[in-house]
Design a protein around this ligand. Structure first.
Ligand SMILES: Nc1ncnc2c1ncn2[C@@H]1O[C@H](COP(=O)(O)OP(=O)(O)OP(=O)(O)O)[C@@H](O)[C@H]1O
Length: 924
């Protein structure tokens, strides 16, 4: 027994001695300054419960040894297992031997069931030993737990390393992303600064660019770009946020897993404690109590070591929290960076919103402008619609007029038929009259013959009577002679004489019946003639009555017709006026001069003006390789005839007869064909002559209703001096206000000729042409150096109402608008050219003022505009014929002329006003 105890003591001593030595050795090896790996020796010392200081040191070492490798840990664990084994093996051998001997005497003891102590009633030693054994089991279990904890720690370390690596990678990727974002932001900033520097945000010039479509387009593009960048950055930010959240969640889940493991360890330790307490209560022996106390002390130390392990674990858990702190810090950094980014984004967003606002403003301005333009377009559309609306009215009225005129024509036809019937009757009557007259003539002839015959008879009778009387006288004489002879001669001779006498008497008595019959014939003829003249007179009277009745009938019908005709004429005039107004009271026509041989001074000159046969109002001029299109009221082809040009102007000439003021002027560079268009040649006259011819034709047509007087004057303006082209002396004239109080202009001393016929006007035009000043320039052999005005005044009087109209027609051939250097002008010619250009400039100013609807129109700036005041201002009708050359050498002048023409095109003169005086008073 003693030997057994000594053996036991020896075993314990050996075990504890060895462990203490090893512990001391470990303490000596592990200095506090040298962080080293946590070994099994240190833990075995802790398990002995010898020195809490050592434990602390170990803890410190553990906390410091964050970088120890996993392989070390694994080797330590193996060593620990070997240190337990030598103590257990002899004990186990001893116990098995003892149990074998006990078995032989007593029923077997069940040691394998934990918590169930076999009944060691007879041998306290066996009980203690079994306790000891169970303690050793517990100890080995505890060591296993420690191993588990170590494994956890290793795992934790691995996790930490992994986590570090991940964090490194994450940090690197964050840094890379941040760098990328910084790059993006800097590029954005660059882009913004590039946009800001020349642009609308900084200077006034560029702000004006906002208004331009290109500026707005640029702005909108940059806006879209910035918005895209912003959304991209936002996306990236969201990604970062989500990644951070993911990391945070991972960290939390890991901490929770560690916590769970610690909790499990805690519960394990508590279970062991309970078991120990149970063991303690089960033993109760004094020595063994001491041992148990010792064991409980060990247990305590174990507890402490556990708590240390917990601390360690906590520390370990704090490591991830440190790393998580770092992460948090990083997160914070990132967050702050993100915030910075967000703030910069916000700034960008503000800038963007500013840009947007500005672009919105500019858009708004543009929209406003657009709206205004649309309004204007709508107004114009409305006007057009109104005008178009008028068209159906005009159409309707024209149709009704057409219907009416058709009815009138029908009536006219009927009346014509009636007239024809009446004319037939009249011709019958006339025929009868003629027959009667023929009869009368015949009867007159007959009676004349009869009278002649009667006269012949009477002459014969008287002759015969005279002869008879002579005979009788002879006979008487012969009788007396015979008596005297008888007295003296023979009775035979007397007898002869008597016989002769008696025969004569017989002849005399035989004569009267013929004479009587002749007399009766004559009387009857006379009565016939008298009767016929009566019948003829009554027939003539009858015919006259019938003719008068027919004429009366016709004049009644004609009155209606005349009235209708008047109405129709009035309507025609009205529609004509409306037509002219619809076309515009200021019209611009363009005539392209055909390329003549004499114009091609240089060879190879190309034609740069093109007309479009399908579009009569457009003209293209090619200058410097670019085509420029001009829109005018009408563009004539180069081959257009004088008649075609006049056809376009004819309605305005008619207007002049109706009492309107009309001005037709030709404008263009020298040699472009102004004089050709206005005056023309003798064989091929221009507008002037054709207009006057048309005037006289129209007047002739209206002569039943109107009487007209046409007066003509012609002046030229040369070097701002007014001269009469119809007077020989050529003295200077002045423009003055008419003293009659009408406010009209007049030129005192100007010769105004009343024209009776077209032939008369031809002579007048020829005189004016002769008197006009022309000189040769480089551009034109016979360049007109003055503005020539032919002023025609037409005064009309309505024969029915007595109302009067005064129409004016100004036909102006302007001097050439050539450039001074090009015309080769020098000295006097230079002065001329300057004056021409000055007056044309004044004309341009007047047009400009009319276009801008200014209250003051500078008519008085030149003689030309002053004289044309009546016909250029409001209420007038104006036609400008712009003459252009098609040659390349004249392209500059052509462009100038066409630009001026386009300006004129935009002038609105308002509705034309007819100058009419009623029979009683004036009603303009
Ligand atoms: N359409 C045309 N057809 C034929 N010849 C033309 C035509 N137009 C002009 N001409 C001719 O061109 C020449 C110059 O024309 P015109 O004298 O009419 O020019 P202009 O513009 O009046 O010049 P200026 O301003 O110098 O008086 C004339 O010989 C004329 O016959």
């Amino acid at each position: 027994m003693y030997a057994f105890y000594s053996l036991l003591v020896y075993i314990f001593y050996t075990v504890f001695k060895k462990e203490e030595e090893e512990g001391l050795q470990g303490e000596h090896d592990a200095s506090p300054d040298e962080p080293g790996p946590v070994t099994m020796e240190t833990r075995s010392k802790r398990s002995d419960g010898h020195t809490p200081r050592m434990r602390k040191k170990a803890c410190a070492r553990l906390s410091e040894s964050s970088s120890s490798s996993d392989s070390d840990e694994v080797s330590d664990e193996d060593e620990e297992d070997d240190s337990v084994k030598p103590a257990c093996t002899p004990l186990a051998a001893f116990l098995s031997f003892k149990q074998e001997s006990e078995k032989r005497r007593t029923p077997p003891v069940h040691l394998d069931t934990p918590g169930k102590t076999p009944p060691l009633t007879d041998s306290p030693l066996v009980a203690v030993m079994s306790h000891l054994l169970s303690f050793l089991e517990q100890y080995s279990h505890f060591q296993q737990l420690q191993q588990q904890a170590d494994q956890y720690r290793v795992q934790l370390k691995r996790h930490r390393v992994q986590h570090r690596r991940q964090m490194k990678a994450l940090r690197a990727s964050y840094r890379q992303r941040l760098r990328d974002k910084n790059n993006i932001i800097s590029s954005l900033e660059e882009a913004v600064s590039q946009q800001q520097s020349p642009s609308p945000l900084s200077d006034g010039e560029s702000s004006s660019n906002i208004g331009t479509p290109a500026g707005v387009h640029r702005l909108v593009e940059s806006l879209y770009g910035l918005q895209g960048e912003r959304s991209k950055l936002r996306g990236e930010l969201h990604l970062l946020h989500s990644q951070l959240e993911q990391k945070e969640q991972d960290r939390h889940s890991r901490i929770q897993a560690f916590q769970q493991q610690i909790d499990e360890l805690k519960s394990c330790i508590e279970e062991r404690e309970e078991e120990l307490s149970r063991l303690r209560t089960a033993t109760g022996a004094t020595d063994s109590e001491k041992r148990v106390l010792c064991l409980s002390a060990e247990n305590e130390s174990l507890k402490q070591s556990l708590s240390v392990t917990q601390g360690l674990l906590q520390q370990l858990s704090t490591i991830p929290s440190q790393s998580s702190n770092m992460l948090v810090k990083e997160n914070e950094n990132l967050r702050s960076r993100v915030q910075q980014l967000e703030s910069s984004l916000q700034q960008r967003a503000e800038q963007l919103s500013q840009l947007e606002r500005r672009s919105e403003q500019s858009e708004w301005r543009r929209a406003e402008e657009l709206r205004k333009r649309e309004d204007r377009v709508r107004e114009l559309q409305l006007e057009l619609d109104r005008e178009k609306g008028k068209e159906p009215v005009v159409k309707y009225v024209t149709q009704t007029v057409e219907v009416e005129s058709a009815a009138t024509v029908k009536q006219l036809n009927k009346a014509r038929q009636r007239n024809e019937v009446l004319a037939g009757r009249l011709s019958d009557q006339n025929e009868r009259c003629r027959q009667l007259e023929e009869q009368i003539r015949k009867s007159d002839e007959y009676s004349c013959n009869l009278q002649h015959k009667i006269a012949a008879y009477e002459r014969e009778i008287t002759k015969l009577r005279e002869e008879l009387l002579k005979e009788i006288g002879h006979l008487e004489e012969r009788k007396e002679e015979a008596v005297r002879a008888a007295a003296s001669c023979s009775a035979d001779h007397f007898q002869n004489l008597q016989d002769q006498f008696f025969s004569l008497q017989k002849r005399l008595t035989a004569l009267p019946p013929t004479l009587r019959s002749m007399k009766t014939d004559y009387a009857s003829l006379r009565s016939q003639v008298r009767n016929f003249s009566d019948f003829y007179g009554s027939a003539i009277n009858e015919a006259k009555k019938q003719i008068a009745a027919a004429i009366n009938e016709m004049s009644e019908a004609n009155k209606d017709l005349l009235e209708k005709y008047r109405k129709e004429v009035a309507l025609r005039r009205k529609y004509h006026e409306q037509l002219v107004e619809l076309k515009g009271n200021i019209r611009v026509l363009c005539r392209v001069k055909p390329v003549l041989k004499e114009d091609q001074h240089e060879e190879g000159q190309s034609v740069v003006v093109a007309t479009d046969p399908n579009n009569e109002s457009s003209l293209t001029v090619i200058s410097k390789g670019k085509g420029r299109i001009f829109e005018l009221d009408k563009v004539f082809q180069p081959q257009a005839t004088q008649e075609e040009i006049f056809q376009e102007i004819e309605p305005l000439v008619t207007s002049c007869i109706d009492g309107y003021h009309v001005c037709i002027f030709a404008y263009g560079q020298t040699g472009s064909g102004k004089t050709h268009t206005m005056e023309g040649t003798v064989e091929n006259p221009g507008i002037n002559q054709r207009a006057l011819k048309h005037l006289f034709n129209e007047i002739e047509e209206r002569k039943d209703m109107w009487s007209y007087t046409v007066s003509v004057s012609s002046v030229e303006i040369y070097n701002e001096v007014l001269r009469d082209l119809l007077s020989k002396d050529g003295e200077k004239l002045d423009i003055k206000i008419n003293p009659d109080g009408t406010g009209q202009l007049h030129v005192p001393g100007l010769r105004v000729i009343e024209v009776k016929s077209f032939q008369h006007i031809k002579k007048i035009l020829a005189t004016a042409r002769r008197n006009r000043i022309t000189f040769g320039t480089q551009m034109n052999q016979h360049s007109s150096r003055s503005h020539a005005l032919l002023c025609i005044t037409v005064q009309g009087t309505d024969l029915a109402t007595g109302s009067k109209t005064t129409g004016k027609l100004n036909l102006v051939d302007l001097a050439g608008s050539e450039r001074v250097w090009k015309s080769g002008a020098e000295g006097e010619r230079l002065k001329e050219a300057q004056n021409i250009n000055r007056s044309l400039l004044a004309l341009g100013d007047v047009i400009q003022a009319l276009r801008a609807r200014q209250t003051h129109i500078p008519f008085r700036n030149s003689r030309l505009t002053y004289l044309l005041q009546d016909s250029l201002g409001k209420g007038s009708k104006t036609v400008m014929v712009v003459q252009v050359s098609a040659l390349e050498s004249n392209v500059g002048e052509t462009l100038c002329s066409l630009k001026f023409a386009q300006r004129v095109c935009k002038v609105e003169l308002g509705p034309a006003a007819r100058k009419i005086e009623s029979g009683v008073g004036q009603c303009d």
